[in-house]
Ligand binder design. Structure first.
Ligand code: URA
Length: 232
């Protein structure tokens, strides 16, 4: 596997960090977290029956929590609906709310570099979504009740995309997808499951912009995700 040096430089990982798999060797089986293996990753109620069109309409019209009152638009997600990769962030920020697309601000630029380091591009075999579809005011953390209302939309997206691997970005995505209160630091480095789908936990790009040393750990997580996908 060859990675793009310029993308790795951008991540602060070149030349120290390289893909660990030998080019011709079959990847060794990554460690699998068995505690939650096969745990249900279910949608809820009527949302479970929606196709993409219905889901888009439901999210655009959603008024289940007070966040709807402050949005320019709901942000469903972007990318390849048949993608092998699903990246899940936290919630739209100001720019995402304006443009209707996830991860278009500074954190989004870093996410694009992370994708490029994996030889991936937004929209090409990759789907990007958030836990919340509406912007929290002042970009505050999502509240539990907001997540409770919005998570069924995410679960439906997961079911419709049926990706080969899910990468959660940050605490809220990991905790929502894995239904845990554990922190990213204790969840990363191993393979979890959302139903049958492997889940890799890593840091949120906005966190990585403030904590440069953890970029190397994020790169390890992305390499693990790639390994899991190729082994699957
Ligand atoms: N933009 C998003 O769309 N999601 C995040 O989690 C952060 C920024």
């Amino acid at each position: 596997m060859i990675f793009d040096p310029s993308a790795l430089k951008e991540l602060g990982l070149w030349p120290l960090w390289r893909w660990r798999g030998a080019p011709d060797a079959a990847p060794s089986a990554p460690p699998v977290e068995t505690g939650r293996g096969g745990a249900p990753c279910e949608g809820q109620g009527a949302i479970e029956a929606l196709g993409w069109a219905g889901l888009g309409e439901a999210v655009a019209a959603c008024s289940a929590c007070p966040l709807h009152a402050g949005r320019q638009q709901a942000v469903l997600g972007v990318g390849d609906r048949q993608g092998d990769w699903l990246f899940i962030g936290e919630a739209p920020g100001a720019e995402e709310d304006q443009r209707g697309e996830p991860f278009v601000g500074q954190a989004g630029k870093l996410l694009d570099h992370m994708l490029a380091a994996l030889k991936l591009r937004r929209g090409d075999n990759v789907y990007i979504a958030n836990v919340l579809k509406c912007r929290p005011p002042q970009n505050r953390n999502p509240l539990p009740e907001e997540i409770a209302h919005c998570a069924p939309y995410l679960m439906r997206q997961i079911a419709l995309i049926s990706p080969k691997v899910i990468v959660t970005l940050g605490r809220f995505a990991a905790q929502t997808v894995l239904q845990t209160t554990d922190r990213v630091g204790s969840l990363r480095g191993r393979v979890h499951r959302c139903g049958d789908i492997p889940v890799i936990v890593t840091y949120h790009p906005a966190y990585l912009l403030r904590n440069l040393p953890d970029k190397a750990r994020a790169w390890e997580d992305l390499c693990l995700a790639r390994q899991v996908l190729e082994a699957g």
